[in-house]
Write a protein that binds this ligand. Structure first.
Ligand code: ADP
Ligand code: MG
Length: 782
């Protein structure tokens, strides 16, 4: 029953319904066609579902696409659109027209009035697509917006509210993630701008959900105290010997100290037990420094540019400016590279893509390459991948990859092939595995006197501009992995006859990325070809191969041959390695998902409490509860209280004034509790006198409570980030890190609310309030 064809058959039946309405739509006047929007909305209001009105809605915008843009969505595009409306993933090859496809489900789902998002991998593509399609949506009476601005000025909450209240929003996953976090850091309803998430289509869904799923988006608040442990630990790392003091696992994704190394650390830091809880920070810094030195590779994982460490996006070799690893790895890298260490930022809020998308009622995705990961998409997001046939037969020829011993050899062979193709006049897209290699290739081309463009511009718009012309006769374009993804390469005149675009890869890559690159050629039934040149020195192999493979490669290397390596055993081992890498990455993502699961539950709980606070007009009761909890927690610190101790406690948390305890005060917990509660009540009444109305009093209460909640949550998140950094390495030591993590995360969260209660006491009692000239409330917390 779940035969893939079964799903496609169903899609085709719906397609037939859409097609049946085509001539009716064509016969309508512009006014009649535009009026469909109102009619469809009315049907929804009368109880019809989105699926009920799909055929008419799709037929309507299909006709509007034709009248406004001159493009009538093909049957295969309507099929893709149907899949997108189901909340599944449409696999549609590059150049099949996914941008236009998305207009149909976006229109349909926006008719509900609850909003629809389209997310692209970068700002450039979001803006391009929005600008192209805006005329259609507006013609049909819907509003559309871009969910970010290119100006340096920070948009106000009103402006953002306008964006997010539009029927259709084009934006990027990261803009949305950041706005979601900031929206939930707001302290007043007026500063919030998001409405509940309804429907989202993710373009290039594999790039967003798989490649970037593991790095959380982080909003930072004030700097924490700078730790000089980074430099010290960095010095320590230089005293270590490989294999004796530390070891790497086979695929070089984990590194740990040996017993010998642990002793070395205890000598170096002059401590007796590295694992004692008071040295937790030392241990954490060592873990970070080990990773910075032995797992993170300069030029591959990050670059040092202008005295700063910049992370590289593994998928496309592009700089990830501004994005920092939250756990201190960034600082460890800065110490390793001897550049200035940036202050440690405190995390105020964080979220990963999987949990962000978990907030939507319905999510859908589209990509040229998704089928290979369909199992994961289903497990994590409950989305199925449905392959949409191409409109025309794919004529592209994908040649088997050629394997050489050294980087030099593979580059020379790739270059010779390029020369040959160039002589024939065919355009060539030469793909380099790293920024560094793209420069080497560029130099080699210059030596041969071949004019070419290099795409490592770190500038998406410029990249798109260059890559558009990559299909012209005689063009040679050098690009890093996924540079220019999402931009279509159209063939120049006469190129079809010569054989179309040739993609020449020069680096071993994960299968999905390879397919993505090959797919840049041969779009929409064009001719084209792809061929990959790899070598045993490729970093992918070096990083991921097991010891057994390495020995085997070493044997091969002894042969010193210049020729292509054709051994079936080698090919088999590379295939196996590919599978293993894919499995490892999936595992890493699922670990992140599991850690994130704890965070997600806690975040949801916390944000719900925040929302409640913001919506409650009278917080006296809440304040009363928190106060008595906080007081009781403070009192629990001692079994018996003396008057002296009580005075001291009060001066720390309740008042800066001299305390005059009543003579007859009995010093039992119960009596002190009552006394302190009354004391607080009096202080609050005193404070209220400064204020002009009860609304301001409520405002004071709210900011005291929110401040307590937020600052405790900040600490909790810092704790969770550190926790996952400490817990993760033990995965290799045969313990189950997930269990340890969940357990500790939960305990810390429960404890967090005790801290909140205590902070509420301090905030209410020790804060200073006043009104400014315009009678606005100003609160200073201590
Ligand atoms: P994809 O995202 O699937 O790689 P794009 O959305 O970038 O493809 O579209 C590729 C090209 O095909 C664009 O130039 C687009 O204008 C064109 N195109 C898409 N659909 C149609 C159509 N139905 N009729 C004519 N041209 C189309
Ligand atoms: Mg696209």
């Amino acid at each position: 029953m779940t035969h893939p064809n079964f799903r496609l058959q169903k899609v085709k039946r719906t397609l037939a319904k859409v097609n049946a309405l085509a001539s009716e739509m064509r016969g309508m006047s512009d006014e009649e066609l535009k009026h469909q929007t109102a009619l469809l909305k009315k049907e929804l209001a009368n109880g019809k579902t989105v699926d009920d009105i799909l055929p008419r809605a799709f037929a309507t915008i299909r006709e509007a696409d034709y009248r406004i843009l001159g493009m009538f969505p093909y049957d295969v595009q309507v099929m893709g659109a149907i899949v997108l409306n189901q909340g599944n993933i449409a696999e549609m090859k590059t150049g099949e027209g996914k941008t236009l496809t998305a207009t149909m489900p976006l229109y349909l789902n926006a008719l509900t009035g609850k909003g629809a998002f389209l997310l692209t991998p970068n700002n450039y593509l979001a803006q391009r697509d929005k600008e192209q399609l805006q005329p259609v949506y507006e013609w049909l009476g819907l509003t559309v917006s871009l969910g970010f601005t290119n100006s340096d000025q920070k948009p106000s909450p009103q402006v953002k509210r306008e964006w997010y209240n539009s029927d259709i929003v084009y934006t990027t996953a990261s803009s949305l993630a950041f706005d979601y976090l900031f929206n939930n850091l707001a302290t007043r309803l007026d500063d919030q701008y998001l409405r509940p998430f309804n429907y989202v289509i993710i373009d290039e869904v594999d790039a967003i959900l798989l490649d970037e799923a593991t790095s959380p988006f982080v909003v930072s608040s004030m700097p924490m105290v700078q730790s000089n442990l980074y430099r010290l630990t960095d010095n320590f790392i230089h005293t270590l010997q490989p294999e004796i003091d530390y070891k790497l696992n086979e695929d070089q994704t984990a590194v740990w100290l040996t017993l010998h190394g642990i002793r070395q650390a205890q000598r170096f830091f002059r401590i007796t037990d590295l694992f004692a809880s008071e040295y937790r920070e030392v241990y954490r810094h060592i873990i970070l420094a080990l990773r910075a030195h032995f797992i993170m590779e300069n030029g591959h994982d990050y670059l040092v540019s202008e005295g700063k460490v910049v992370l590289l996006d593994e998928a496309n070799g592009r700089l990830k400016r501004g994005v920092k690893v939250s756990t201190g790895l960034h600082q460890a890298l800065e110490a390793k590279e001897h550049v200035d260490i940036t202050p440690n930022q405190q995390v105020a809020a964080s979220i990963t893509f999987p949990s962000l998308f978990g907030l939507f009622n319905k999510i859908a995705g589209m990509s040229g390459t998704a089928k290979s990961d369909e199992q994961e998409f289903f497990e994590v997001y409950k989305m199925r991948v449905i392959q949409i046939p191409t409109r025309k037969k794919i004529l592209r020829k994908d040649y088997p990859e050629q394997i050489y011993l050294t980087t030099r050899q593979k580059l020379i062979h790739a270059l010779n092939e390029t020369l040959q193709l160039h002589r024939e006049g065919r355009p060539v897209l030469l793909v380099a595995g790293s920024v560094e290699n793209s420069e080497i290739i560029s130099e080699l081309l210059l030596d041969q006197g071949i004019p070419h463009n290099v795409l490592n511009a770190f500038n998406v718009a410029r990249e798109a501009d260059i890559i558009k012309d990559a299909g012209q006769k005689g063009a040679v374009t050098v690009a890093t992995n996924m540079a220019g993804r999402g931009t279509d390469i159209k063939l120049g005149t006469g190129v079809k006859e010569l054989g179309g675009l040739a993609v020449i890869g020069t680096e071993m890559l994960p299968t999905r990325v390879k397919m993505q690159l090959a797919g840049r050629a041969g779009r929409q039934g064009d001719p084209g070809s792809s061929k990959f040149y790899i070598s045993l020195e490729d970093s992918y192999l070096a990083k991921n191969s097991t010891k057994r493979f390495k020995n085997y490669y070493r044997q091969l290397q002894k042969k010193k041959t210049d020729r292509q390596l054709r051994s079936p055993r080698l090919k088999m081992s590379i295939t196996m390695l590919n599978d293993r890498v894919a499995a490892n990455q999936q595992m890493a993502r699922s670990n992140v998902n599991k850690n994130e699961a704890a965070l997600k539950i806690q975040r949801k709980y916390l944000y719900d409490r925040r929302d409640e606070l913001m919506r409650t007009a009278h917080l006296e009761k809440n304040v009363g509860k928190w106060l008595s909890r906080g007081i009781s927690l403070y009192l629990d610190e001692k079994v018996e209280w003396t008057a002296l101790e009580l005075r001291h406690l009060m001066n720390q948390h309740f008042t800066y004034d001299v305390v005059n305890l009543p003579d007859n005060l009995e010093l039992s917990h119960e009596k002190i509790q009552k006394y302190l509660e009354q004391f607080c009540q009096r202080v609050l009444e005193q404070k209220a006198k400064v204020l002009i109305n009860s609304e301001q009093l409520n405002q004071f209460y709210r900011s005291a409570l929110l401040n307590a909640l937020d600052s405790s949550w900040t600490d909790q998140m810092a704790y969770l980030a550190k926790l996952s950094a400490i817990v993760q390495p033990w995965a290799t030591a045969q313990r189950d890190p997930k269990f340890v993590y969940q357990e500790k995360a939960y305990q810390a969260f429960a404890k967090m609310f005790d801290t909140v209660a205590e902070k509420v006491v301090d905030n209410l009692m020790l804060s200073i309030i006043r009104l400014d000239k315009a009678n606005n409330l100003i609160v200073y917390f201590n």
